[in-house]
Design a protein around this ligand. Structure first.
Ligand code: ADP
Ligand code: MG
Length: 820
């Protein structure tokens, strides 16, 4: 057995842990055992000096989950022959499980894709393939720089990434990439893999015939999944090109700075959190994808807007469709699991329940189309199939509450299979016969406590207490002696037992066969199921966006190819939902290529600069996923990229200084922004000495205005910068209004034209709770620095104490009236 183990172990990559099936346990040996014992925090035992560690089959799911979460891959070495005395059981590696290939629902996040990605470089082309084995999605894309590839990887955030083992150096900056056999990536080989898999002559139909680098990555992904991980990939039915020019590009740091899908303060504070009112996991995954990949094309955006308009016009249908969707579960992942011979009767049942909701939903969709003809709705209605035969079959076949196991029976409903019904009757009759036997034997023997029992070792037997042993008749055969009882069998009992067990075993087999057959029926429909899931996801996202628009009075933005960006009374889409203490103050924006292409925004800390410029970016982004926006009205000339740069955030993990990070990101903008881009700069140049920083901020602003001509919002504490407006026609100065009240400062949150008169740093410092002695001293120094006649006095504590401590009046609207 050990030599069988070692052969198997040698066939696996070093990092994979081999779970060797031994009786009812999975065992690991040698180094695998040592590594796993540490992760699982379980006992490491030794037999003949061989370290080993293991866990029972029935608990395997939890243990495997732990190993995967710790970043391991595990191989299952299963027994493939029936154990026979004196003979070595045959074993085979049935599959390898990794983070990117799990199908266990407990390990998956409903609202997130579980991607396995692969990259390959040919000359200047950076190919990327990305598969979600849990849903069957399979896409590829090509980029012309490593940075662009990395940005897309960051958007997709795959749980597993493989690269060719001969490109490890070129791709060394991709964190946690796993090297895989370079042979699988050779363009001819990879292409062959794809052609074989899709059973096609060329890749023209998928639109990727010319994308050699990406196809190599895609072929290698399939190779990895099927050969190394031993997965069925039958449900990967097509490969689609992710056209990178179709999307508004949002680089990794901009994505982070805008808190699109993740934020340090939790999901609630992200754009995704604010917009997600989807009802199904498929919709939630799709919305996430939309937010990270907004569109540049007017046509599909208009279609999405039209459909939202339609739902808003008919709130009754909106509510009805959303209701119908609520009962629909993860059709995509469930059907994928089933098509890979995973899953159980409960999955079939869940799938059936979901499919049954579709006809009603389609009726509602038809009503929508009837009320306002809509191309997108037409397409969706076409994509979303109903499955009358399949649901009828499942309802007829499946029991009401099927078990999660496959081999114990109970999955199939009475009346579905005549033979099964007969066997069940036989078994039932047999059990009745046995129950009556207990009665008649009690009478015959006069032992009232005589019982007929059953266990897995002896089957049925008669049990008599020791005290009654004398009364046992001659035809009883003794089988076992217990402490207080004797156990017997009789030939007629054994004969009936044979019948019952035979019937039970046969019916379990019949049920299993019937289940496999039903599962096969699902596989036959996999194309339509995937298409349906996709259509439902889109519908779900649009219904959710409509709901959000209705709840928060979002309006339909006017979109065109102009360079305008005009927002009336815009709000921050996330803050307007999460702000509790204050009411959100709306603000207007007018970016016009002639007069205000670059807006310089000044104002004290905490005034609301960062919020405002992000709000403009988020509204633009929302508009370009087709959503309505939080504003009274908006006119948005479509953008090709959105950049959002925030000054002074240390990336210590990467070992770069604040300033270096800042400059890297700034140069990314300068090198990539176009006239169609939207650039948000928040306090750049802060990470270095004042004059350095100011000079850099100044020249960056000039360049954005003069050469790139990108629409730019620039929040800065460098007041000097506002001089730019004197020499540059399309620079406009704005500031966030504040009011002074005695020594305090009140934030009005209103963006007004002009420059801030001063920075109010000292007032803000007071708000933050700095002691008044320090505040007063700072004021002295400030007036000195500003060249006022008064020299700073030597720090004098007694004077400081005399200054009364004031508290800041709360800025509520009623109070503000006082100042107007
Ligand atoms: P700055 O960048 O000028 O220092 P922020 O944009 O970070 O200021 O805003 C500080 C806080 O003010 C935010 O956390 C938010 O709670 C609040 N705030 C900003 N803008 C508004 C607004 N328009 N309405 C209400 N509260 C706002
Ligand atoms: Mg700020």
């Amino acid at each position: 057995m050990m030599s069988q183990y070692l052969t198997m172990r040698r066939s696996l990559p070093d990092d994979v842990l081999l779970l060797f099936s031994l009786g009812d346990f999975y065992e690991m040996f040698f180094e695998d055992a040592q590594r796993a014992a540490e992760i699982l925090n379980c006992a490491l035992t030794k037999r003949h000096e061989t370290p080993m560690c293991g866990f029972p089959h029935h608990a395997a799911e939890g243990y495997i989950a732990k190993l995967i979460k710790a970043g391991k891959r595990v191989a299952l070495g299963e027994q493939t022959s029936i154990p026979q005395a004196g003979k070595l059981v045959e074993r085979e590696i049935t599959q390898i499980i990794s983070a990117g290939t799990v199908s266990d629902l407990n390990l998956l996040d409903d609202n997130k894709h579980n991607y396995i990605a692969s990259c390959y470089i040919i000359k200047e082309q950076y190919g990327l393939a990305c598969a979600d084995h849990t849903t069957g999605e399979f896409t590829l894309a090509e980029f012309n720089s490593l940075d662009a590839l990395k940005d897309e990887l960051n958007r997709l955030s795959p749980t597993e990434l493989i690269i060719a083992d001969d490109q490890v150096d070129e791709l060394s900056s991709l964190a946690q990439a796993l090297p895989y056999d370079a042979f699988a990536y050779i363009p001819d080989q990879a292409r062959h893999t794809l052609l074989e898999h899709f059973k096609v002559q060329s890749l023209i139909g998928f639109g990727c015939e010319e994308m050699t680098a990406a196809c190599s990555a895609a072929g290698a992904t399939l190779h990895y999944l099927s050969y190394q991980m031993r997965r069925s990939c039958d449900h990967l039915r097509k490969i689609s090109v992710r056209n990178t020019t179709e999307h508004v590009l949002i680089d990794t740091s901009s994505q982070r700075n805008l808190d699109l899908v993740e934020s340090r303060s939790g999901r609630k504070h992200t754009l995704l959190g604010a917009l997600d009112r989807t009802s199904t996991p498929m919709g939630a995954r799709k919305l996430r994808d939309w937010i990270l990949h907004p569109l540049c094309d007017l046509e599909p955006l208009t279609q999405r807007q039209d459909l939202i308009a339609c739902f808003l016009d008919q709130p009754f249908l909106l509510a009805k469709c959303r209701d119908a969707l609520k009962g629909i579960r993860d059709i995509e992942r469930t059907s994928s699991r089933l098509s890979q011979n995973h899953g159980n009767a409960r999955d079939l049942q869940a799938l059936t329940c979901s499919l049954e909701k579709i006809p009603e939903l389609k009726e509602d969709l038809k009503a929508v189309i009837h009320a306002a003809p809509n191309q997108l709705a037409d397409q969706l209605a076409e994509k979303i199939h109903t499955f009358p035969e399949l649901t009828e079959l499942m309802n007829r076949a499946l029991a009401d509450e099927p078990p999660s196991t496959l081999k114990d029976g109970g999955m199939i409903r009475d009346g579905y299979l005549a033979e099964l019904d007969e066997l069940r009757n036989a078994s039932r009759d047999g059990k009745k016969w046995i129950a009556s036997l207990q009665e008649s034997e009690r009478k015959r023997t006069g032992i009232d406590s005589l019982k007929i029992k059953y266990n897995n070792v002896f089957g049925y037997f008669l049990e008599v207490t020791k005290a009654n042993a004398g009364k046992v008749p001659d035809d009883y055969q003794r089988k076992q002696t217990m402490a207080n009882a004797e156990r017997f069998i009789t030939p007629e009992l054994k004969e009936m037992e044979g019948k019952i067990l035979g019937a039970d075993e046969r019916s379990r087999q019949l049920e299993f066969d019937a289940f496999v057959d039903l599962r096969l029926q699902v596989c036959e429909h996999i194309d339509e199921l995937q298409e349906t899931a996709n259509g439902l996801a889109t519908l779900d996202v649009l219904l959710g966006l409509s709901e959000t628009a209705q709840l928060y009075q979002h309006t339909r933005p006017v979109l065109d190819e102009s360079f305008q960006l005009k927002i009336t009374e815009g709000r921050h889409p996330v803050l307007e939902q999460t702000l509790v203490e204050e009411k959100f103050v709306p603000n207007c924006t007018n970016i016009d290529p002639k007069s205000s292409q670059l807006i310089l925004l000044t104002g004290p800390n905490m005034a609301g600069k960062s919020t405002y410029i992000r709000q403009v970016a988020l509204i633009t982004l929302m508009a370009q996923i087709g959503a309505y926006v939080p504003a009274e009205s908006a006119h948005i000339g479509l953008v090709d990229r959105i950049f959002c740069r925030v000054g002074a955030s240390d990336d210590l993990a990467l070992g770069q200084s604040t300033f270096m990070v800042e400059m890297n990101e700034t140069s990314l903008i300068i090198n990539n922004a176009t006239e169609k881009s939207l650039v948000i700069l928040d306090e750049i140049g802060r990470g270095t000495a004042t004059f350095d920083g100011l000079s850099i901020a100044w020249s960056v602003a000039e360049h954005l205005h003069d050469d790139i001509k990108a629409r730019t919002l620039f929040a800065t504490h460098y007041h000097e910068l506002t001089d730019l407006a004197r020499t540059r026609p399309a620079v406009a100065n704005y500031n966030v209004a504040v009011r002074e009240w005695n020594d305090d400062i009140i934030f009005l949150r209103k963006i007004v034209e002009g420059t801030a008169d001063k920075s109010y740093g000292i007032q803000v410092a007071r708000l933050a709770g700095l002691p008044s002695s320090i505040i007063d001293r700072a004021k002295d120094i400030l007036s000195h620095l500003e060249g006022n006649a008064v020299k700073p006095e030597t720090n004098n504590k007694t004077k400081a104490k005399s200054s009364p401590k004031r508290t800041m009046p709360k800025a509520n609207p009623a109070q503000l009236d006082m100042f107007d």
